[in-house]
Write a protein that binds this ligand. Structure first.
Ligand code: FAD
Length: 280
């Protein structure tokens, strides 16, 4: 099996001392796969602002590359400017720039409507300091009015200065390869790295997927449901499905793999071991 050129892992910022300790242990277990970076999510409307920064700095201080996610929905320019400045001062060189999910309830609109405006702002404020990653949706963003417009707006983020993209997860490799073809036809040449969501728990996955617009194919949904309470067998089957998917993606030329870890290392280590990726 050919080693992927870029592996990255996504965490969420933990809330408790126990969560912090567990995340550190997961990070060390995953670090043996020599990831390019670890990224840390940012809660809607800035709800995890401080914890995202603390988690990022904890990773950075251990000598790994850390990439904070930064979402702009309901943020004002001054707030984002200050965050960028703090990250620059700490030596952080990579960001995942997003609009963010629209929080429920009353929220102020803020200074940004779309991630493309955030990318433009980051470039205007900080030049080429940051490597900027943006989101891509092979099965299309749930709010988009059509695949054509979603692709057009994806390209707008690239034109605004994104260096690479990470996709929403999917279980159908064709959706990804089709998206790559379409993006290339529009003149997009940045790496588009597939986001990989291992199967931890069917109920949770079904809930996430209905919100974010990722399809669980019928054959996979029915097989997963069939395991009922037998979580261990479901996970073993799910891990085999993910190994097949990752093999297809890498064989088809994916520039790397970005894993949604949910702060757990076990299943992903097993998948990477089966893929035969080099450890250090
Ligand atoms: P955008 O690129 O702004 O797109 C949002 C929608 O607007 C799309 O439907 C697009 O077609 C449309 N659109 C874009 N530009 C225009 C325009 N000019 N006119 C009209 N319509 C337009 N969310 C979080 O809250 N925190 C995170 O840490 C986080 N991390 C993520 C990491 C990855 C890799 C991915 C794939 C998603 C992540 N998300 C996160 C979820 C993301 O914030 C949501 O999917 C959000 O709804 C869209 O964000 P975006 O950056 O893709 O938005």
């Amino acid at each position: 099996m050919k080693a992927a050129s870029v592996i990255s892992f996504e965490f969420f910022p933990p809330k408790t001392a126990e969560g912090i300790a567990k995340l550190r242990a997961a990070r060390e277990q995953l670090a043996v796969f020599a990831p390019k970076f670890f990224s840390v999510t940012f809660g809607a409307g800035g709800s995890t602002r401080d914890r995202t920064m603390e988690t990022v700095l904890d990773i950075h201080e251990q000598g790994y590359e850390a990439a904070p996610h930064l979402s702009c929905i309901s943020a004002d320019k001054e707030e984002i400017r200050q965050l960028l400045k703090q990250y620059q001062e700490k030596g952080i060189k990579r960001l995942v720039a997003l609009r963010g999910d629209i929080p429920s309830g009353e929220v102020s609109a803020g200074d940004f409507r779309y991630a493309s405006e955030l990318v433009e702002f980051i470039r205007a404020e900080t030049g080429d300091w940051f490597q900027i990653e943006v989101a891509a949706y092979p099965e299309f963003h749930p709010e988009s009015t059509s695949p054509t417009s979603d692709l057009k707006y994806f390209k707008r983020k690239v034109d605004a200065g994104a260096n690479a993209a990470i996709t929403q997860y999917f279980y159908n490799a064709d959706a990804y390869f089709q998206f790559l073809d379409q993006a290339e036809k529009l003149g997009v040449s940045i790496p588009i790295v597939p986001g990989v969501m291992p199967i931890y728990n069917f109920t949770q996955l079904a809930r996430f997927s209905s919100v974010c617009g990722a399809e669980i194919p019928r054959w996979l949904r029915l097989r997963l449901q069939d395991y009922g309470d037998d979580l261990a067998s479901m996970r073993a089957f799910g891990a085999d499905v993910m190994v097949d998917l990752c093999e297809q993606l890498l064989a088809g030329g994916a520039p790397g793999l970005h894993f949604y870890t949910l702060n757990q290392a076990g299943i992903i280590s097993g998948i990477l071991d089966q893929l035969g990726l080099d450890k250090h």
